[in-house]
Design a protein around this ligand. Sequence first.
Ligand code: SAH
Ligand code: SF4
Ligand code: F3S
Length: 467
Amino acid sequence: MSCERQGHPDLPYNCAFEALAKKLHIKTYGCQMNAYDSARMADLLAGIGYVAVEQAEDADLIILNTCHIREKAAEKVYSELGRLRHLKQRPASDGGPVLLAVAGCVAQAEGAELISRAPFVDVVVGPQSYQHLPELVARVHRATGSVLETEFPAEAKFDSLPDASVEPGACTAFLTVQEGCDRFCTFCVVPYTRGAEYSRPVAEVMKEARRYVACGVREITLLGQNVNSYHGQAPDGREWRLSRLIRALAEIDELERIRYLTSHPSDHDDDLISAHGDVPQLMPYLHLPVQAGSDRILRAMNRRHCANDYRRLIDRLRAARPDIALSSDFIVGFPGERDDDFSETMRLVRDVGFAQAYSFKFSARPGTPAADLPDVPKHVKDERLACLQQLLDQQQIAFNQACIGRELPILLDRAGRKPGQLVGRSPYMQAVHLDAAPALLGSVTLARIIGASANSLSGAPASGGGA
Ligand code: SAH
Ligand code: SF4
Ligand code: F3S
């Protein structure tokens, strides 16, 4: 079995091939699922002779894998296209034209509109159709004009993707187990860009996970837009929920860490909570977006849980795993949010205490129900965001500082900036800098935490840690 990305099956994968190969550059925006998709696109295109290059300027095919979640994210794509446009004027390495493709959620949401705004784009392909990329690229070479492909559903994609490759030396990997969303929060484009929920069958997930581990991966993050609603079919025909899948993955020798991302508070069943207490490989860190602390706003968002449901869920998770650290997403300035609603969000943050969090100003997205509601003035959103971020930053620093003096297992996943230094992740996802032998790269080692800043920790080899 080979772990790294393969070239064309009919050609030897050597330097001569690299020199001859067509060059691919993928720029990824948005969430981890897009990162997973970009890696799969590279696997697919390796099958028709493309090798990845660092710079768009060197590429024969440039793919922007885009995000549509907020207006800013979507607009970035158009400015990047404007910047890349001139690259199409030089010939590709095979003498043909340089190709420019837009994939991901902007491609899905805007489709034909994107082509009319940027007619020089050659391929527009949605997140559930990128398995057709080799064929779409061939079509562009045959025809003139842009090619558009934005079909659903997800199973067709997974059925026709090649085996996932692993970056050389990678000890962590993403594994998409669930796609799409049926929840339709009123602010969110995901149900429209990624389509209906789909869970990959258990056997397919297990095979991909075993393959990763055989290639040196020690930590797998299971991905889904709504990953805790996973209900994949098992070989015996029954449905497995996420906790059952996690328990099966924990049986894989040498898979030391399991994480999952992103969860909806209403889909956290009892067994998933228990798994945090009894599966040692399941890391004590959970990203559980709450969005707001006001029940009135949560209702308007169609979140289908209230603030106290969230508090109770956190209490149960902490009872199962007392050291669990929490992360969340927040939206401020949702239409109709008043000062008293925002105070409820601040109260929830104080009650729960987050190790880390992301917070955003509401951005009206075309086609979503909340886009038709009257917007909160920009200066109000700005003030609320600053206020919330100040509290969240304080909590993050306090959480990091409370780690000083503790011994934590660190998965060392990259070289540090200073000579002799390696960087890794604590169980709570903090970056930890450590002086350690290069041979420890890719393994878990015990470190004593000796320093903390807002964004990272520093450690020293712990007694018996081997670092
Ligand atoms: N599936 C996840 C969220 C995916 S989107 C969940 O259910 O929570 C990631 C985050 O982007 C969301 O949690 C939300 O905080 C933010 N977001 C989504 N739509 C947004 C919008 N219209 N404006 C501002 N932030 C938004
Ligand atoms: Fe979007 Fe998440 Fe709501 Fe689904 S559950 S609509 S992905 S915010
Ligand atoms: Fe963005 Fe699509 Fe992910 S909108 S957050 S790339 S699912």
